[in-house]
Ligand binder design. Structure first.
Ligand code: HEM
Length: 386
């Protein structure tokens, strides 16, 4: 198995454990990259100033360079270091942190009512619902939310190296359309949401009210939400399908759903790995990494490191001092973590509450093709899969 295959393998965790036993940081000559697999190495790489989110000579992947998707990609905080990272982050992260969980519960229930059968059509529950909730929070009008969720799915194709030309074309069209929608929203002072006012105050305080960067990073909130939260909801459903007793317990005691989602985020991360690119020769964990080296950072493996989480292969709702690397760490750590956990918990709660047929009849699943995401796609039992 390679660490890229591991992301969508039925059970990659024995393989990760073998890597950790060899060395928390090792060079894989065949793949031509470093692999960080234990908690200490993952934290060291993500915290290191010379381990950057993009290769120095390639701020935007060449396949995207000419289109609307590339113009957005090049401005995302996720894809930048220095001021281009810090400026949008300082404006946006506090606004995300200020969102109360009660308002998320309310938004989820409102959006659920507008979707096409999200409790049987799990794709709607996993992908459409979270993006609609974040789009509504930002202030996009309710009549546009589902369109925005579809455009976001088109746009996120530009983030995957597996996408073909047709998908990149759709990513450009989706990115361009989302840019128009957010530009219109930003020019409509009257329609501004509390969230957007919070973000704009942060931009002005930083003297960084760059319109295009703001638009790109608002789109970035939707694209970061899309697949990762779909995976979090999907892997929570997988945990319940795999453990009928757990499902029964949560049906009678739904207050533990937030614990379920938090443990799923650790145990079966929707984001299995991320990458870093070495900008300057540096020494990490006793190894010398050269400028130009690539490091594959196995977040899902660090979650199972017994030094970070005792008894790491047990699924424990009441795990004490849980350490979760699935949301990254260091300067690029996910600012949407609490929001994502809240949205996913509300989605699972709503699903349990409705008691849909998909709850009673066993479902099968297959992971969507990806080098880093672990997102199940569900099929009725008779159809196919794992
Ligand atoms: C409401 C949903 C979410 C929002 C709004 C959101 C937003 C973001 C943003 C803006 C960043 C870039 C931060 C930066 O570069 O400074 C980020 C990073 C990240 N997010 Fe999220 N996110 C969400 C859900 C999730 C979920 C469900 C996961 C996985 C469990 C996740 C995992 C990550 C990781 C691993 C990073 C860091 C990537 C890296 O350092 O390479 N996010 N998120």
């Amino acid at each position: 198995m390679t660490p890229f295959e591991a992301a969508t393998h039925a059970d990659p965790y024995g393989y990760y454990s073998g890597l950790r036993r060899q060395s928390g940081l090792l060079f894989d000559a065949e793949l031509g990259l470093w692999i960080a697999s234990d908690a200490r190495a993952v934290e060291a790489i993500l915290g290191h100033a010379d381990c950057r989110v993009r290769p120095l000579n390639e701020p935007v992947p060449p396949a995207l360079a000419q289109g609307a998707a590339g113009r957005i990609f090049g401005r995302l905080m996720r894809m930048n270091e220095g001021p281009q990272h810090l400026l949008p982050r300082v404006a946006i992260a506090p606004a995300l942190a200020a969102v109360g969980t009660e308002s998320i519960a309310d938004r989820v229930s409102r959006v659920v009512g507008t979707l096409d059968n999200p409790f049987e059509n799990l794709d709607e529950l996993m992908f459409t619902l979270p993006v609609c909730v974040i789009a509504a929070l930002i202030g996009l009008p309710s009549g546009r939310l589902q369109d925005v969720a579809r455009l976001t799915r088109d746009f996120v194709a530009c983030l995957s190296p597996l996408s073909d030309e047709a998908q990149l074309g759709k990513a450009n069209t989706g990115g361009a359309r989302l840019s128009e929608l957010f530009s219109a929203l930003l020019s409509d002072e009257g329609g501004s949401s509390g969230f957007l006012r919070h973000v704009r105050n942060g931009c002005e305080a930083m003297a960084g009210d760059d319109h295009e960067t703001l638009v790109a990073n608002l789109i970035g909130l939707l694209s970061q939400t899309c697949e990762a939260t779909a995976g979090l909801i999907g892997n929570s459903l997988v945990a319940l399908y795999r453990n009928p007793q757990l499902l029964e317990d949560l049906q009678s005691e739904p207050m533990y759903v937030a614990d379920l989602v938090a443990e799923v985020a650790r145990y079966d991360s929707p984001v299995q790995n991320t990458r870093r690119f070495v900008a300057k020769r540096c020494t990490i964990g006793g190894y010398v990494l050269e400028a130009g080296d690539t490091v594959l950072v196995l977040l899902a493996s660090a979650n199972r490191d017994p030094c970070a989480n005792p008894d790491p292969d047990s699924f424990l709702l009441n795990r004490a001092q849980r350490r979760t690397f699935s949301f990254g760490s260091g300067r690029h750590a996910c600012p949407g973590q609490q929001l994502a956990l809240a949205v996913a918990s509300e989605a699972i709660l709503a699903w349990l509450h409705r008691q849909p047929a998909s709850l009673a009849s066993p479902c099968r699943w297959r992971y969507l093709p990806s080098l880093n995401g672990r997102i199940p796609r569900f099929y009725p039992d008779q159809e196919t899969a794992q």
